[in-house]
Ligand binder design. Sequence first.
Ligand SMILES: Cc1cc2nc3c(=O)[nH]c(=O)nc-3n(C[C@H](O)[C@H](O)[C@H](O)COP(=O)(O)OP(=O)(O)OC[C@H]3O[C@@H](n4cnc5c(N)ncnc54)[C@H](O)[C@@H]3O)c2cc1C
Ligand code: SF4
Length: 509
Amino acid sequence: MTPRLVLVLGDQLSPGVAALKAADKDRDVVVMAEVADEAGYVPHHPKKIALVLAAMRKHAERLRHDGWHVAYTRLDDPENTGSIAGELLRRAEEHRAGEVLATEPGEWRLIQLLDALPLTVRQLPDDRFVCSSAEFARWAEGRKSLRMEFFYREMRRKTGLLMEDGQPAGGQWNYDHENRKPAPGEVAYGGPMQFTPDAAVEEVLDLVAARFGGNFGDLRPFAFATEPGQARRALAHFVSEALPRFGDYQDAMLESSRTLYHAVISPYLNIGLLDPLEVCRAVEEAWQAGDVPINAAEGFIRQIIGWREFVRGIYMLQGPDYTASNVLGHDRDLPAFFWGAETRMNCIAHTVAQTREDAYAHHIQRLMVTGNFALLAGIDPARVHEWYLAVYADAFEWVEAPNTIGMSQFADGGVVGSKPYVSSGNYISKMSDYCRGCAYKVKDKTGPGACPFNLLYWHFLDRHRARFARNPRMAQMYRTWDRMDDARRRTILSEAGDWLARLDAGETV
Ligand SMILES: Cc1cc2nc3c(=O)[nH]c(=O)nc-3n(C[C@H](O)[C@H](O)[C@H](O)COP(=O)(O)OP(=O)(O)OC[C@H]3O[C@@H](n4cnc5c(N)ncnc54)[C@H](O)[C@@H]3O)c2cc1C
Ligand code: SF4
C-alpha cells in the first residue's frame, strides 16, 4: 500500500492528535517541519519560537520511540523549502505518497493552504477540544447573541465537571462575585515552575538566537517546559501552591509579581503538552479533596471549558475574514512603545517590559492595560492583533484573534462581548500598584499631569456615542458624561485630542 503523509504541526504535539489516530505506523510517514514561513509571518517572540521548536523536536523523538517513521525537517536543513506546502510536496515525492492526513489547523490561513495543495488532503476535526466546531455551530444556530455563560453551562453538563446530581456544585454556576479582589499587599507564591534548558533546548536556543535574535523579546533566560512530563509537573505545582487563591486575585496586577496566582499553562495547553480535560480534572480533584475553595476551582475551570472553548468556537464559526473586522473604524498606527520605546505611562511600560522578558502577561494586563489603551486610542485592530499574535508564547490565531479582535478591541461589533472593555485610570489604580510609580496622576482628570486613560475614556465614549449610547450596559457611563457641564466636557475632549496628536507626532507620552 502506498504510504500517506501524516502532518503534525507545531501546536499539535499531543500523542493522540486526530491525524495520528487515523494513521498506520507500519504504512505512513509523519511529516514535521520547522519552516521559515511559520516562524516569520509575524515577528514572533524568540521565546515562543524556541518553545515550539524545542517541543517539536522532543515530540518527534517520542514518536520515533513509539515506532513511527518521522520525516523531520530542521530549520537549518539545506533541503528545507521554507513552507509547510513545500515540505509536504517534497516529502510526497520522496515517499511517493499521494494523500495527506492532517489534523485541522487552528488558523484559517493554514486550513486554506492545505485545501489548495495539489495533493489529496484529509483535514480531520481537532478533537482535543471539548466542543467540536460542528457542535458549536449547532449551539450557535438561531441564537440572537452568543454569550459565554450559557455555552459554559452546556460544557459543564457535557463534561460533568463540578456537577452534583445534574446541578452545579455548591448550587451556583458562577462564583465570580467572590473573585476579583484588588491587588494583595504581598503574594505568597513564588510563581510557575521553571525548567533549566537541557542540551536539546540549548541547541534550539542557539539557533533561535542566530536566526531571530532581532525580534522583539528576550530569548534568555528560558524556563518553559518543553515536554509533557514537565508541563504536568508545572500544573501540579500550580494546583497545590497557587490555585487556592487564583479566584480571589484573578484580576489583580502587581509590579512585584508578574504572574500573581495565575497558572501560566496556556503555552502548554495550546501546543498540546497538556490536555484541557486533564487540567480540569486535576482542579476538580483538588476541590473534592478540600484543598481548593469552590470559587477558585469554578473560576479556573470556567476559563478552560468556558472561555477557551467559546473563543475557539467563535473563531471557527466566523471564518477567515474575522481578523479583518473593524466596526469602529479605528486606524491609528500601533505606537512604538508597544515595541519597547519609552512611555511615561507606567502601567504600559511595565506590561510591555514584562512581555518582552517573559513572553507572558496575564489576562487583565492584556485586556485592561494594553488592550484598553489600544481601544481607547483608536488603534487599527489589525495591528493590535498582529502584536498580540507575535509577542505571547501562547498566541495561536484561534485563541488570540477572538480575544483581541473581539473581546479586547470590540472590532467584531459584539460577537464575543456585549460591551467594549474600556475603563479610565481608576480601574487600573484599584486593581494594581502601577499608578504609584507613574509620571501621570490617576486622580487628575484634566490638566498637564492627567492620566491619559482618564482623558481617552471620555473621548472614546463621545466619538462612539451613536453605537453605544443605547447599550443598557453603558447607559450609566453616558449619564455620567452628560451630567458634566459643557466647559468640562470640552476641556476633556480637547486635552484628549492634544494628547493623541502628541502620540501621533512620536513624542514620548
Ligand atoms: C487581548 C488578549 C489576547 C489574548 N491572547 C491569547 C492567546 O494568544 N492565547 C491564549 O491562550 N490566551 C490568550 N488570551 C487569554 C488569556 O489572557 C490567556 O489565556 C491567559 O492570560 C494565559 O495565562 P495563564 O495560563 O496564566 O491563565 P490563567 O489565568 O491561569 O487561566 C487558566 C487558563 O484558562 C484559559 N483562559 C483563560 N482566559 C482565557 C481566554 N480569555 N481565552 C482563552 N483561554 C483562556 C487559558 O488556557 C489559561 O491557561 C488573550 C487575552 C486577551 C485579553
Ligand atoms: S496613572 Fe494612568 S497611565 Fe499611569 S499607571 Fe495609572 S492608569 Fe496607567
